[in-house]
Ligand binder design. Structure first.
Ligand code: GLN
Length: 349
């Protein structure tokens, strides 16, 4: 039996350390990984293969609207899969907690973001909104009488998250439309299972446009800060999504935002995040702020290598891990107490 608990939302979050420390750690994170060349640029969307792989930017925006940055934080790139989180936040607000969780799901597939097998294994259930199948099923639910209206809503919502008018990268859109037969197949497969109503190819078109919106690392940080701030953009002061959908979106990101590496990510870093194949990552420290990184070289799961390392460093040095706690009072000594030890090199790497 389903029991709804009607109670005002309570929060369980803290604040970032002081301004100077955040500034210093953002610079330190950039310095630490600037020469890191591990990973490879995505080239399955042909135009993405032409990016300068050396670009590297880190931006932090706090929930009071303060900003810190290092490196290439004003270079534009396509938002790609990070759009999935923001479109989901809007759809979850419009349709509500229960309906989206029934129609889309919130569980990790354990498989790649563009897996067809995941759909087949789950009888057509896309499982979660952060893989391509679930993201297209989510885009199909954006309110609007036509695909053009849906696209206008998507662009407006993402622009509100960024606090500025975002523009479509026509070259990226066309490059992807010429090569996205896999996404078209996924959308048609979902239609065959009754998971997409309407024309699946129109859904692919809106989805491909949303992925081709141009953003900067700075934008990602502000979008993240909006999700960290109960859905209010701390720079513009405007509400973008409801507190409830913000909370639900972050839960989905924690479970699925880094694809099949989400468990590993949570274990190492401990905050919700979403990556995109153009090299962006958006990470959220609830109540505290957002981190946006841009570095085009990716690991095999499609997550930016330097971005992950930089966010891991910031999570440790700024105390962002949601699972870290310390005893409220002195602990009684027992013989079972492990001897105190310094963090290993592996833990700080
Ligand atoms: N537009 C890309 C795709 O559909 C987004 C994938 C991603 O960023 N992981 O393949």
């Amino acid at each position: 039996m389903r029991t709804e608990i009607a109670a005002p939302q309570q929060v369980s979050t803290g604040t970032l350390p002081g301004w100077d420390q955040v500034d210093a750690e953002v610079l330190a994170a950039h310095r630490r990984y600037a020469a890191d060349t591990e990973g490879a640029v995505a080239d399955y969307i042909p135009i993405l293969g032409r990016v300068d792989p050396e670009l590297f930017g880190i931006a932090v925006a706090d929930t009071a609207g303060g900003r810190h940055s290092a490196g290439d934080v004003e270079v534009e790139f396509s938002i790609q899969s990070i759009s999935k989180a923001l479109v989901y936040a809007h759809v979850s607000q419009e349709l509500g907690h229960r309906l989206v969780s029934e129609r889309i799901g919130v569980d990790n597939t354990g498989l790649a973001f563009n897996s067809v097998m995941a759909i087949e294994l789950n009888a057509g259930n896309p499982m979660n909104p952060m893989v391509n199948a679930g993201a297209m099923a989510t885009t199909a639910l954006v309110p609007g009488a036509t695909a053009a209206e849906q696209w206008e809503t998507v662009r407006t919502v993402l622009s509100e998250f960024a606090g500025r008018q975002l523009v479509l990268d026509g070259e990226v859109y066309h490059s992807e439309m010429q090569t996205n037969s896999r996404n078209r197949a996924i959308a048609q497969l979902l239609e065959s299972y009754g998971r997409i109503e309407g024309d699946p190819l129109e859904v692919v078109d809106v989805y491909t446009r949303q992925c081709a919106l141009r953003v900067t690392a700075q934008d990602l940080a502000i979008m993240g800060a909006t999700l960290a701030d109960g859905g209010v953009n701390p720079v513009t002061g405007r509400r973008v999504v409801s507190e409830e959908s913000c909370r639900d979106t972050l839960a989905v990101l924690a479970a699925t935002g880094m694809y099949e590496r989400s468990g590993q990510w949570l274990f190492e870093i401990g905050i919700p995040a979403k990556s995109g194949v153009a090299g962006g990552i958006l990470a959220v420290a609830p109540g505290k702020g957002g981190i946006g990184t841009f570095a085009p070289r990716l690991d095999p799961a499609g997550n930016s290598v330097r971005g992950q390392r930089a966010i891991k460093y910031l999570s440790r040095t700024l105390g962002l891990n949601l699972f870290a706690s310390e005893p409220a009072g002195p602990a009684l000594q027992t013989t079972a107490d492990p001897a105190p030890r310094a963090a290993t090199e592996q833990e700080t790497a």
